[in-house]
Design a protein around this ligand. Structure first.
Ligand code: G6P
Length: 476
């Protein structure tokens, strides 16, 4: 790779680290997230930087200084948010307007003007910090819906800078996006970028529709003309760090842990599901379908467990709190109704696991069940596959998750149909090994090839090409 003229700045709401307060001390740990791994080889080299929220509100200036100093050696620049900003920008606007709208759930949206103003203020706060750290020769890659206004805000100050924007969540049909009172400003915000990309063709098409139907822009060759600039809109499905998951799944200790898990469940069939607590993940229909399996196929009673790992998320937002209560209740009812001394039908944890434990669980599981009612990509489905090279396994995947466009060898279901999920479970539980291996081999080849590094390369190569076309001094 050629040396780049300027530096690269990655910007996202969260930094790729976690900071926790333990016994009055701040403990910083690296995030296991896919984005952090994929961009790891970029942001922590040369003068490159990653700007984002460290996930904690410091008590005082001394804590701020400590965090800033500690992170600077990792090429990370923290942006500090107040409690009010977290409530207005993150919980209120990002997660109570943009999240439900982007996941086709407008009835969950709460349009509060103060939260919109807070979203603008915090995006401007990010823009000011970026401005302090960048020059016209740099390349900025902005991630996700929390920062939709940022591309335009940066463009206003740095006319020639290369800006990329990737949206990790779906982009809804234009008539759904139109519901947001501030949709014009949001679209114009994103359009400050040179390159805008989504996981699927549909998302891209919806975005283009919104730009033409709402803003009246014209499209030429899938690109948009915005105030004399060409803005490129592409489809780049995100991959995972295949090698990391695959290598871990073959480690002796992890194989042993995986056997231990199977033995713990007396070698019953294990159906695994892993998601953040979110209504977009279809956790309730999944539980209902599992119950229906036990009802209509009583031969599976005592023979199968649904191992449900729900990772705590946004539990200060109302809908999430309510969902958590509903899950707790449903799981409790099913276990009370069907379980016995020797068998708990649903094994449910509300926590997060270290990656090693997750890999052991994926390896142990006969089936991975993904029932998202809307999902940008769904990386869990890809992680499960990456851990399955030498073992059996079946992926049941919602056709409403972005990953379904690539993982065509999975059993695909409509997550709103309890019947389809139940039948898919029954099909997976009885699938001959040969068929499991055939389907899995095809999926493995795909996940291996279109991995996270491939995704990062695609994005940067296109951005570089665009800037070269624009005659800018940009080389990576
Ligand atoms: C989704 C979003 C990310 C977000 C993540 C975790 O994957 O696309 O932008 O960071 O969820 O959500 P949280 O609200 O905890 O950052």
């Amino acid at each position: 790779m050629k040396k780049q003229a300027g530096k690269i700045l990655i910007i996202s709401n969260r930094l790729p680290i976690k900071i926790e307060r333990q016994d009055e001390k701040l403990v910083i740990s690296a995030s296991e997230g896919g984005l952090a791994t994929g961009l790891g080889s970029i942001y922590n080299k040369d003068n490159n930087l990653w700007i984002g929220w460290p996930g904690i509100v410091p008590k005082d200036q001394a804590e701020k200084d400590f965090i800033t100093e500690t992170l600077s050696s990792l090429n990370l620049i923290p942006i500090f948010l107040t409690e009010e900003e977290i409530a207005g920008y993150y919980e209120g606007f990002s997660n109570e307007v943009l999240w439900p709208i982007s996941h086709y759930s407008p009835t969950y949206a709460n349009y509060n003007t103060d939260n919109w103003h807070c979203y603008q203020t915090v995006n401007q706060k990010f823009a000011d910090l970026v401005q302090l750290h960048c020059s016209n020769e740099d390349t900025v890659w902005i991630h996700d819906y929390q920062l939709m206004l940022l591309p335009h805000m940066i463009r206003q100050k740095k006319e020639n800078i290369a800006i990329g924007y990737f949206q990790h969540i779906p982009f809804p049909p234009d008539e759904v996006f139109r519901s947001i009172p501030w949709r014009d400003e949001l679209l114009r915000g994103i359009l400050g970028a040179d390159l805008i990309a989504f996981h699927t063709f549909n998302d891209t098409q919806h975005f283009l529709d919104a730009c033409t139907h709402i803003l009246g822009l014209s499209i030429f060759n899938n690109n948009l003309q915005v105030s004399g600039r060409t803005v490129y809109v592409e489809v780049y499905p995100m991959g995972i760090d295949f090698e990391k998951f695959n290598a871990l799944s073959k480690k002796k200790a992890i194989k042993a842990r995986s056997r231990e898990i199977r033995e713990h469940f007396s070698n019953r069939k294990i159906i695994v599901s892993v998601d953040r607590l979110d209504y977009s993940k279809g956790i309730l229909p999944r539980i209902a379908a599992f119950e229906d399996l036990l009802l209509r196929h009583p031969e599976w009673k005592g023979q199968v467990v649904l191992y449900m790992l729900v990772v705590p998320s946004r539990d200060t937002v109302d809908q999430y709190k309510r969902l958590k209560d509903e899950i707790d209740r449903k799981v409790g009812n099913i276990n009370a109704a069907y379980g016995n001394n020797d068998w708990t039908p649903i094994v449910y944890f509300y926590t997060s696991y270290p990656v090693e434990e997750l890999v052991a669980l994926y390896r142990a599981a006969d089936i991975c069940l993904v029932t998202s009612v809307r999902d940008g990509m769904n990386l869990v489905s890809k992680e499960y596959i990456a851990c399955k090279e030498q073992t059996d396994g079946v992926l049941i995947l919602s056709e409403l998750a972005g990953a379904s466009k690539e993982l065509i060898d999975a059993i695909q279901i409509n997550p709103h149909s309890i019947d389809q999920i139940r039948d898919a479970l029954s099909q997976a539980l009885t699938m001959p090994k040969e068929e499991q291996h055939e389907r899995m081999a095809a999926s493995i080849a795909l996940v291996k090839k279109f991995n996270i590094h491939h995704w990062v390369d695609l994005f940067f190569t296109k951005l570089k090409e665009i800037k070269m076309q624009q005659g800018k001094d940009f080389a990576r």
